[in-house]
Design a protein around this ligand. Structure first.
Ligand SMILES: [Zn+2]
Length: 192
């Protein structure tokens, strides 16, 4: 198994009491997805909405990124900006399939909390710098292609989030319990 990005440079905000209490209960009530369940109908209009809180910049974002059968370009652009490399300010297109994975995870876990973002896009300079500090980041990390994200949910145990991501079976899933996040990407199905 490839060993990607242990993220030793990342901060890990303290766990809240609520997420311990809420995690398993939320998961137990959720059914794992069929694609049709990834739709929310609002006034007859089908949308997929995501909500984020970036742990490094403090920024928040909540928006529909898909509606009426298509991805919304203006929303994707806002997501690209939000998930920029916060160390350098560089931005890169984020794979919309990654957003679909997050949306499916929100439905699968029943979470009502924003995705807390630890890392989205990483520029080559940042990836090299993290590698240089012994972080173990992959030389060709999918973070550098806008195809990977490291996240947690305040109301879902991270192990439950990992299991939901594995159940989706759509890409790579990395579990980092000591830093309390899950890596998901749109590469080949694999786990570590
Ligand atoms: Zn990652």
């Amino acid at each position: 198994m490839p060993r990607l990005d242990p993220q030793n440079g990342c901060t890990a905000p303290a766990l809240s009491r609520r997420r311990f209490l809420g995690g398993l209960a939320a998961f137990a009530g959720a059914s794992l997805l069929e694609p049709g369940r990834a739709l929310a109908s609002i006034g007859g209009r089908e949308e997929r909405v995501l909500t984020f809180h970036h742990t490094h910049t403090g920024e928040r974002l909540s928006l529909p990124y898909w509606g009426d059968g298509t991805y919304l370009p203006a929303s994707l652009s806002r997501v690209d900006e939000f998930l920029r490399d916060f160390r350098t300010g560089d931005r890169h297109p984020i794979d919309p399939a990654l957003l679909d994975q997050l949306h499916s995870l929100r439905l699968a876990t029943g979470s009502r909390a924003p995705f807390q973002v630890i890392s989205g896009y990483r520029s080559p300079q940042t990836n090299d710098a993290l590698r240089g500090h012994g972080g173990g980041q992959a030389r060709h990390s999918l973070h550098m292609q806008g195809r990977a994200i490291d996240v947690r949910l305040a109301d879902v145990r991270t192990s439950v989030l990992r299991d939901a991501a594995l159940e989706l079976g759509r890409g790579g899933v990395g579990f980092y319990p000591s830093q309390d996040f899950v890596h998901v990407d749109t590469g080949p199905v694999r786990r570590w």
